[in-house]
Design a binder for this molecule. Structure first.
Ligand code: NAI
Length: 267
């Protein structure tokens, strides 16, 4: 197998659970971690329940790993104090520990919400400016900048995956554009781990959907070719008429309803 040991954060989550089986083929040992219960560890797995905000725990997680798939963190908008711990402190701890332990490759789950305030009429690529649509999106911009710094300064390579909507199926018309099938998500992670010399790369995670907001030409060296498309769900969400409500911010911007949220306070 190509890797001796891989670390998967967020392994108990929606995408982490999808990836666990695939990683078995790529590494002798997969260290799976999450703040939530990880269930039964498979024979090739080491399960470690830990909070990414816990610096010592994260340093232990990074010992003796070849590469990291970093999915752990809060995956929706949330109060700043919660995002600060999970996404900002957590991602910082991960990179500081990667540097200390000589880990040279990270696949970072960024998000379309890092660029959600671009209008739906624009096609973006890897050089489009960040326009986060909520505080959660701001934390993903932090992760992208942090990983850029750790590459320029220390040579730790990162592929930032600006994941669209990776769920079983699209849940609304917007997700017809942003849909990323689980199979294509796994393939995107595979390309990000196995391509030599990725430097610091930005790639959008969408399947081969009929309508596209994102152009991956600048990440073509990754060799990512999505096999699925949201078209199989077209009956449920027919293309909206050209009269679609342009005054509704949730329809004008790529981030959808996230753009009309407000910064949340802890209860
Ligand atoms: P998820 O919410 O199902 O999984 C995230 C996991 O991180 C959870 O199991 C949670 O327990 C864990 N976590 C949260 N805070 C933690 C902490 N302080 N320490 C350790 N673990 C912690 O989300 P999902 O869908 O699996 O997404 C995975 C990653 O991809 C996330 O970073 C998310 O922001 C990103 N993403 C996902 C998209 C999607 O469509 N599924 C879209 C864009 C980005």
């Amino acid at each position: 197998k190509p890797f001796r040991r891989l670390l998967l954060t967020g392994a108990a989550g929606n995408l982490g659970r999808q990836l666990r089986a695939a990683l078995a083929h790529w590494a002798e040992t997969v260290r799976v971690t999450d703040i939530a219960s990880l269930g039964q560890a498979a024979a090739h797995e080491e399960a470690v329940q830990a909070n990414l905000a816990d610096r010592e725990a994260v340093h232990r997680l990074l010992q003796d790993v070849d590469a990291v798939v970093h999915l752990g963190g809060i995956s929706v908008d949330a109060p700043f104090d919660d995002l600060l711990e999970a996404n900002i402190r957590g991602t910082y701890n991960l990179y500081a520990a990667a540097h200390k332990h000589g880990v040279k490759r990270v696949v970072f789950a960024s998000s379309n919400h890092a660029i959600g305030f671009h209008p739906v009429t624009e096609v973006l690529d890897a050089d489009s400016p960040l326009r986060p649509d909520c505080l959660y999106g701001v934390t993903k911009c932090f992760g992208e900048s942090l990983s850029r710094y750790y590459f320029d300064r220390f040579g730790i390579e990162t592929v930032c995956l600006r994941i669209g909507s990776s769920f079983e199926e699209p849940k609304n018309p917007r997700m017809m554009v942003t849909y990323l099938s689980y199979r294509d998500f796994i393939e995107l992670v595979r390309c990000s781990l196995f391509t030599n010399r990725v430097g610091h790369a930005i790639v959008y995670g969408a399947s081969d959907n009929a309508v596209k907001w994102w152009d991956n030409t600048k990440a073509s060296f990754l060799g990512f070719r999505p096999k699925d498309s949201s078209q199989q769900f077209a009956e449920r969400f027919p293309p909206s008429a050209p009269t679609a409500d342009r005054d509704d911010p949730a329809q004008r911007f790529q981030g959808g309803a996230f753009v009309i949220g407000e910064p949340m306070e802890r209860a």
